[in-house]
Structure formats: structure tokens, C-alpha cells
Design a binder for this molecule. Structure first.
Ligand SMILES: Nc1nc2c(c(=O)[nH]1)N[C@H]1C(S)=C(S)[C@@H](COP(=O)(O)OP(=O)(O)OC[C@H]3O[C@@H](n4cnc5c(N)ncnc54)[C@H](O)[C@@H]3O)O[C@H]1N2
Ligand code: MOO
Length: 419
């Protein structure tokens, strides 16, 4: 069994030798792309119910001990355990319910208590009511409990002033729960990045419109707006006409208004591929222009002033793969996430995968079962086609096939990037 877990592609090339020299390895390109991005510094305070999915800008500390006071874990009776030496029955003196502030427990008595209620001073144990028999004002303890049973101690979960969440993580339901439990009604989050989407291709028409001649439905706009809408404000989506001047205008004006520009299509070498010539004319700092990756070879990463520009290839699978591999980590960094590059995991290949040596390949993969150790097994199409939508729609993620091999074997472990 071979473990294919590298993302570097030493000696990788392309299908044609003359292009090979100009293509960067994936990890080099990713590092260069990340270096183009400065995390946003603007923050805002949001109430917890509006903060889900946002990136925490400042650590959250507990305002008090959690729990704030010793309280009962059961409905039952609070007592001093030594009061059961020589007897099983005690008189009941008072009640402590949640929200009460009970009087101290008189010696030789038990107090009725409910789950979450403060434990009265002097009590050291709570006995669940199923272990007791109540007769009038007397309670008989049928079993002798352990000292301290059923008491949730002040501070046993978190101590006052302890950091309960560190900055730089995307807030989920569990994070918001601990913010509330730690006494906070609002949190400081990083402002949402403003993004411009520049779509190129005169052949594109809106999905659903009547298609004639060489028109094709625009797939990348819904694809990209979907991946972006939860984490960014899409300031505008503009379909740039296939002209050099229009591309220059579109990129330069977008870069004045937003924190990140994403272009789609027009990044290859054809006469109507105006993205790179426009970036060059505008004096953009081009850090990546072509990567030894399949699909998505023409991916271009640049910056105009302080604004990063991610230029995705037009083929939908190329756009999506390069978004996952480069765009998403760059956006994560812009948003202030500490872990910009999501963790990968390993999966087992259900069949052998053939691959043309040269570029490393990210192939759509779909879960189809588990092996005897619980590791997920994936199935993949026999080849990656950058214009095919079917495998992408069915996939759960991408497997990485390193650039320098011609096939992987059935049962090989492959690095997997989940969607
Ligand atoms: N002579 C060469 N030609 C090409 C090369 C090369 O190295 N030399 N690279 C190929 C590779 S690899 C890719 S990937 C594509 C990328 O080209 P562009 O980024 O310039 O993309 P376009 O030409 O604009 O479009 C490619 C393809 O995708 C369709 N498309 C574009 N936008 C959308 C959209 N929003 N929704 C759906 N489909 C879209 C477009 O109609 C084309 O079919 O270049 C190769 N060529
Ligand atoms: O890089 Mo292209 O995506 O091979 O089709």
C-alpha cells in the first residue's frame, strides 16, 4: 500500500514540455497566493444571534466561574452526609429551586432541591429523589450516597477570566453557546470582506435563458456566489465584455471598491483571454501565473494596490478546484481565520486511478463506503474533464494524485480535500 500525501509537485510539468518550465508547484503557488493577502483589520460587535459564521476578532474570556455557583445535578435532597450516621431519615427543611438563593442548611436536616438550583451552604451531597422515600415532612434515604454526589461545582467547567475561545475561528453554534454561557451577549467579529465577481465570456447567458447558437449558460456565477455568500458581501457581479479595454476598466474600478476581486475565465492564452494582459497593463503584482495542477493550470493570482485578485479559469471544474485549492485559503486569510488552509484527510481509493504524469491532479471523489478500519473509501471518474459538471455535482471532495506517477493502485491511501 502506498501513501500519497504530498502536495508538492517536484519536477511536475504540463502536457507540453515548453509550458512545463513556467508552471509552479501547488504548494509554492499557494504560499505566494497567501502572501498577497493581508487580513482585514476592521471589526464590528454583533449580538450572538447575528454572529454565526463570522470570524471572531478578539478572544472571549469567561466573565465568571462556570457554573457560577455550586448547584444540583438532580431533583432530590441536599444534605450533610455525616447527618446520616446512625439514621436513614431526616426532616425536610425548605426548598431550593433554580433561581432561588437558599438559606444555609440547618444541622440534621435535608433540603428539597431541584436540578440547577443552588446548593445551600452546609450541604455537601445531593441524593436523587428516586433513592428516597418521602413521608410527610420526613425523608428516608434508601441508599447511602458518596460524599459530593450530584453537585456541579462552581468553576468546574471554566474558571472566571479563562479564555474560552481564541480569535481567528469561524463561529458555530457550539462557539456561540460558550459565549452565552460565559456571560457575553455580543462578540467582536471581523468585518465581512467585500468581493467583486468579474465574469468573462461573451458566450455566457443567464441560467434559464433561451440558448441559441454558441451561447452557454453561465455556471460559474451561481457556483461562486454560492461558495461566497455565507462568508462575504458580494458587492457586485459584472459580466465583462470580451474586450481588452473593458477588462482593464472592470478590474481597475472593482479594485477601488472591494477587498477582493475574483475573475472567471479569459485567463488562458487565446486572443480573447484579456485577464492577464489587463493585469500587466495595470501594473498588478502577478505572483502566480500558471500552476502544475489539473484541472486549473492557468490559475493566476495577483494584487492591484492592496487588493488581491484571484483569476480562475473559465472551465467550471477548473474554477471550482482552483477555488478550493487557492481561493478559499486566500479568502480565509483575508477574513482573519488563523487556519487559512483547511486540514486534509486520507481516504482509500476503491479502484486504481490512471493519471498522465506531469501536473498533479485533483479529481472529484465520492464516498462509497468504509474499509475495515473505518476509513472512508472513495470512487472517482476514470479521468478528470474540466468542462464536465456531473462528477463535480456528485463529489464529496477531491483526491490528490501526485504529478510524477502514472497510476495509483486499488486500496491506496490518497490525500483528500473535502468540499
Ligand atoms: N492554447 C491553449 N489553450 C488553452 C490552454 C493552454 O494552455 N493553451 N489551457 C486550457 C486550460 S487548461 C483551461 S482550464 C482553459 C482556461 O481558459 P480560460 O480561463 O481562458 O477560460 P475561457 O476560455 O474563458 O473558458 C474556458 C471554457 O469554460 C467555459 N466557461 C467560461 N466561463 C464559464 C461560465 N461562467 N460558466 C460556464 N462555462 C464557462 C467557456 O465557454 C469555455 O468552454 O483554457 C484552455 N485553453
Ligand atoms: O487546467 Mo484546464 O483546467 O486542464 O482544463
Amino acid at each position: 500500500m502506498t501513501l500519497f500525501d504530498r502536495i508538492d509537485t517536484p519536477g511536475c510539468g504540463c502536457d507540453t514540455p515548453d509550458l512545463a518550465a513556467t508552471l509552479l508547484p501547488v504548494d509554492t503557488a499557494l504560499n505566494r497566493g497567501l502572501a498577497l493577502v493581508d487580513p482585514l483589520t476592521a471589526t464590528e460587535d454583533l449580538p450572538l444571534h447575528q454572529a454565526s459564521g463570522r470570524v471572531l476578532a478578539r478572544p472571549v474570556k469567561a466573565r465568571a466561574d462556570l457554573p457560577r455557583f455550586d448547584n444540583s445535578g438532580m431533583d432530590g435532597y441536599a444534605l450533610r452526609l455525616t447527618d446520616l450516621n446512625g439514621t436513614k431519615t431526616l426532616p425536610v427543611c425548605g426548598t431550593s429551586a433554580a433561581s432561588d438563593a437558599p438559606q444555609p442548611l440547618p444541622a440534621g436536616t435535608a433540603m428539597r432541591i431541584f436540578t440547577g438550583a443552588p446548593v445551600p451552604a452546609g450541604a455537601d451531597t445531593v441524593v436523587m429523589q428516586e433513592w428516597t422515600t418521602r413521608t410527610g415532612n420526613m425523608v428516608t434515604f434508601e441508599k447511602r450516597p458518596q460524599t459530593g454526589s450530584n453537585i456541579r461545582r462552581q468553576g468546574e467547567d471554566q474558571r472566571a477570566n479563562a479564555t474560552v475561545l481564541t480569535a481567528g475561528q469561524r463561529l458555530n453554534a457550539r462557539h456561540l453557546a460558550i459565549c452565552a454561557g460565559a456571560g457575553h451577549g455580543s462578540v467582536s467579529v471581523v468585518s465581512k470582506p467585500k468581493i467583486a465577481l468579474l465574469m468573462t465570456g461573451d458566450e455566457l447567458i443567464a441560467p434559464g435563458a433561451e440558448a441559441t447558437g454558441g451561447a452557454i449558460w453561465d455556471v460559474n456565477t451561481p457556483l461562486l456566489t454560492s461558495v461566497l455568500s455565507d462568508v462575504a458581501d458580494i458587492s457586485f457581479v459584472y459580466q465583462v465584455p470580451d474586450s481588452f479595454d473593458a477588462m482593464i476598466d472592470a478590474i481597475s474600478s472593482a479594485a477601488q471598491d472591494v477587498d477582493l476581486v475574483i475573475t472567471s475565465g479569459g485567463v488562458s492564452v487565446g486572443d480573447r483571454d484579456h485577464v492577464k494582459p489587463a493585469l500587466n497593463l495595470l501594473g498588478a503584482e502577478i505572483a502566480v501565473s500558471g500552476v502544475a495542477i489539473k484541472p486549473g493550470k492557468p490559475i493566476t493570482l495577483s494584487r492591484l494596490g492592496r487588493v488581491p485578485i484571484i483569476s480562475l479559469p473559465g472551465n467550471p471544474l477548473s474554477a471550482y478546484v482552483t477555488w478550493q485549492v487557492f481561493g478559499n485559503p486566500m479568502l480565509n486569510k483575508l477574513c482573519g481565520l488563523t487556519e487559512a488552509v483547511p486540514p486534509r484527510r486520507l481516504v482509500r481509493a476503491q479502484t486504481e486511478l490512471r493519471h498522465k504524469p506531469g501536473r498533479c491532479e485533483y479529481r472529484p471523489a465520492r464516498f462509497c463506503g468504509m474499509d475495515h478500519s473505518g476509513l472512508e473509501v472513495v470512487e472517482c471518474p476514470s479521468a478528470t474533464h474540466s468542462g464536465h459538471l456531473g462528477p463535480m455535482a456528485q463529489a464529496d471532495g477531491l483526491v490528490l494524485i501526485p504529478g510524477d506517477i502514472d497510476k495509483t493502485a486499488t486500496g491506496d491511501l490518497l490525500e483528500f480535500m473535502p468540499f
